[in-house]
Structures are given as C-alpha cells and as structure tokens.
Write a protein that binds this ligand. Structure first.
Ligand SMILES: Nc1ncnc2c1ncn2[C@@H]1O[C@H](COP(=O)(O)OP(=O)(O)O)[C@@H](O)[C@H]1O
Ligand SMILES: [Mg+2]
Length: 244
C-alpha cells in the first residue's frame, strides 16, 4: 500500500507498441507488449533495482514513468499525484522532479555543446537561474559536486573519459533539482573500477540530497550493490523482476 513516504507508485502499468505492417504497410502488423502489468512502490530516499535480460521492458518502464512513451494501461503516481495522463505545463512541472541518467553518456551528450551548456540546459528549461552569473556559478558548483574540475566547463564531451562523461550526465540530471533519478544502465558500460567510483558518487549524492533512485541494470550484481544498502524490501521486489 502506498503511504506518505512513497515517492513513486506504479500500478498495473502497460505499454504496448503497435507495429506497422511490413514493407508498404502490407504485412501483418502486431503488438509488442513491452510492459504488461508492472506494479511497484518506491519509498522516498530509497533505491529500487530493476533487473532483467535485454528486451524485457526495463527501459520502457523507466520511459513510461517519465511519460516519454504512451501508457496503455495502469497508473503512475508521483508524490501522491496521478501523473498518468497529465499534459502541457502540468506535465512539464512534474518532469523536472524526475531525471534520467543513460547508459551511453556519449550518445546522450550533444558533442557540439560545451559542458557548461550541457549541464546548464535544465536550469534554462525549468527557469532555475536568475541571470548569467547565477547560471555559471550553479553549473560550476554542480561539476564540483560530481567530482569534476569546474575549470573543464568550457570543454566538449569528447575531451572526457567514459567515467567523466557519466559524471557530466549525472550533473545535468542534478541541475533540475530532481527528487527521482532513473539510472538506466548508467554504469553498465564502464570498467569495473570506474563503475565502483560512479556508484559511490551516486550513493553520496543520495545521502546528501535525499535522492530516490530507480536503478535499471541487466547485471544483478550491480543492482544488488546499489540497492542492498538502502532496503532489503527493494531486493525482494527486484527478485520479482528476475523471471521476466
Ligand atoms: N519504440 C518502440 N517500438 C516498438 N517496440 C519497442 C519500442 N521500444 C522498445 N520496444 C520493444 O519493447 C521490448 C522492451 O524493450 P526495452 O524496454 O528497451 O527492454 P530492456 O530495456 O529491458 O532491454 C523489446 O522487445 C523492444 O524491442
Ligand atoms: Mg534498456
């Protein structure tokens, strides 16, 4: 049962992708039931791990929570508010509270933009800065927070290592001052030692900022490390995902 401490409550979520027919639309179309009846609760300040083999619907679940794919059934409640069918300004406002960190930081960071503008974009989109000086100082503080040298703010993504690029992605997510961060395979592409550093950073940020994580991975070990400290209940839920 959701209670006051529940930040995210998902009930019987369904996302079905309708496929167009084959060439010229003449072939038989079909439906991919990417997510079909998923329910879970995520308590504020905790981590819920979602693990499962490739193609079982993990990313689609994350995107549905963010309302970035159409929802065909069920409900998503964030902070007590039913966001399943929100539109327009109301949807934009709740989107700020939920940010995503992707697997491939290089693919998700615009290669032509400087880090200053990548990390600062959410500040502009959500009008979280007063003027240019405030914008700059907030970005430099975000870079410091994720362990990057603020002097690198003028550089482009290709000038950073994989681990550093993931830190840039985390800084950008933090810029929106979210309550929930969905980490979709956020450390899966990183070398083991770098992966541990990024997981430690995520843990530190969770403690400092009271963040809540939905942590998606195909590798159970990663999820266990990230989720186990927060809640044994999370692990129980995580296991229920295994057979998918
Ligand atoms: N936009 C889409 N259109 C059609 N099928 C999709 C789309 N996105 C994902 N799928 C299909 O939905 C299923 C679940 O995909 P996904 O959520 O990406 O899985 P996972 O993240 O667990 O690897 C897969 O069969 C995938 O091919
Ligand atoms: Mg995926």
């Amino acid at each position: 049962m959701p209670n006051a401490e529940t930040l995210l409550s998902v009930r019987d979520l369904k996302v079905h992708f309708r496929l167009r027919g084959g060439m010229l639309g003449l072939g038989r179309g079909g439906t991919v039931k990417a997510v079909d009846g998923v329910s879970f609760d995520l308590l504020r300040g905790e981590t819920l791990g979602i693990v499962g083999e490739s193609g079982c619907g993990k990313s689609t679940t994350g995107l549905a929570v963010l309302r970035m794919v159409p929802i065909d059934g069920g409900s998503v409640m964030l902070d007590g508010q039913d966001i399943t069918r929100l539109e327009g300004t109301a949807l934009r406002q709740v989107r700020r509270k939920m940010q995503m960190v992707f697997q491939d930081p290089y693919g998700s960071l615009d290669p032509r933009m400087r880090v200053l503008d990548i990390v600062g974009e959410p500040l502009k989109v959500h009008r979280l800065c007063q003027d240019g000086a405030d914008y700059r100082s907030q970005v430099l503080e975000l870079l410091r927070r994720v362990g990057l040298n603020p002097a690198m703010a003028g550089r482009f993504p290709h000038e950073f290592s994989g681990g550093q690029r993931q830190r840039i992605g985390i800084a950008r997510a933090l810029a929106a001052r979210p309550e929930l961060i969905i980490c979709d395979e956020a450390v899966s592409a990183l070398d083991v030692s770098i992966r541990a550093q990024v997981i430690n950073l995520l843990e530190d940020l969770q403690q400092q900022l009271g963040l809540t994580y939905l942590f998606i991975a195909h590798d159970l070990a990663v999820v266990r490390k990230r989720s186990a400290k927060s809640s044994s209940a999370s692990i129980a839920k995580l296991r229920s995902w295994l057979p998918c």
